[in-house]
Unconditional design. Structure first.
Length: 137
């Protein structure tokens, strides 16, 4: 697995997304649900988010924050850097693939991620609200 500042690829591809925040091309913190200052929280109150991206075609292109991940396969796994527990971050994930009729599908989704949880992004199903599934780890 390769490590980069804002996303970790589990099958060897490389990408760096910059620092978190609106201008950093990394995950964006939209709201804080915990109490107190994040800097005052103990070190063990953070964890990684797992992003499970599923695409209808193994040769689809997948982009995080506009950066092509250059991976192949119908299912691709990504990990965030450590983020504070109780904070929701968002990545813009886009997929582009050729449909059976020859036309090109191009979809973008805003994906909510939280520490120690798995988010499934399935481009084979219509977009709905971001879903998180608990994944203690």
């Amino acid at each position: 697995m390769s490590n980069f500042p804002n996303i970790y690829m589990q099958n060897g591809a490389g990408i760096g997304l910059g620092n978190s925040g609106a201008g950093g091309a990394g995950p964006r913190r939209r709201h804080w649900t915990g109490a107190g200052d994040a800097a005052a929280m103990p070190a063990n109150s953070s964890g990684q988010a797992l992003i499970d991206v599923r695409v209808p075609a193994a040769d689809a292109e997948v982009f995080f924050e506009g950066n092509n991940t250059r991976q192949a396969g119908a299912r691709r796994m990504f990990q965030s850097p450590a983020v504070p527990v109780g904070t929701t971050y968002y990545y813009k994930v886009r997929a582009r693939w050729k449909k059976a009729d020859g036309s090109v599908a191009d979809e973008e989704r805003s994906v909510a991620v939280r520490a120690n949880e798995t988010t499934v992004v399935d481009f084979g199903t219509p977009a709905g609200p971001p879903e998180l599934a608990g994944n203690p780890g």
